[in-house]
Design a protein around this ligand. Sequence first.
Ligand code: GRF
Length: 191
Amino acid sequence: MKKKQLALFASGTGSNAVNFIHYFAQSELAEIALVLSNKADAPVLEKAAALGVPTVIISNAQAANGVYMVELMQKYGIDFIVLAGYLRFIPSELIAAFKGKMVNIHPSLLPKYGGPGMYGSKVHQAVVANKEKESGITIHYVNEEYDKGTIIYQKKTTVGAGESAATLAEKIHHLEHEHYPKVVEGLLTNI
Ligand code: GRF
């Protein structure tokens, strides 16, 4: 059987993207066909290239152009898109073309601490400031509204009394690395 072709979209550090590359390196089911970024200086690009994965940089105008994005995915034969710290709006044509085949991870227990402006350390700062007792990760399908697609998987962690946004971020990253590729692998068996 032909391996499923995965595209990873990332705008930043790319620890999740690198984790995916390692996780699927020996997989019979899928391979990482592409790492895409809208930021030319995103560290994820160098890391992916060093691991032998093709990379593509797109402009913000291209990122917003649904027809362009769908054609780009076709060019690389992409079957499934994984967003991992990708900070651009996804155009509706791409969402439609990858309905049920595009997922995102959010570093909170959605619907809490989601929506526009809630990303990265802002999420953890808000969780700590509100003295939440728990936080976690949410993996969800991507639809037209930020962080509102159908939830596929959530995993909780405790927020300790002395927790800072930085220590919480570390805990959350750990959870993401442990669960995100496994959850996607499960989804790939059904597409
Ligand atoms: C992750 O925390 C993820 O939840 C969010 O963006 C962050 C990306 O981190 N969507 P990294 O670049 O993979 O380290």
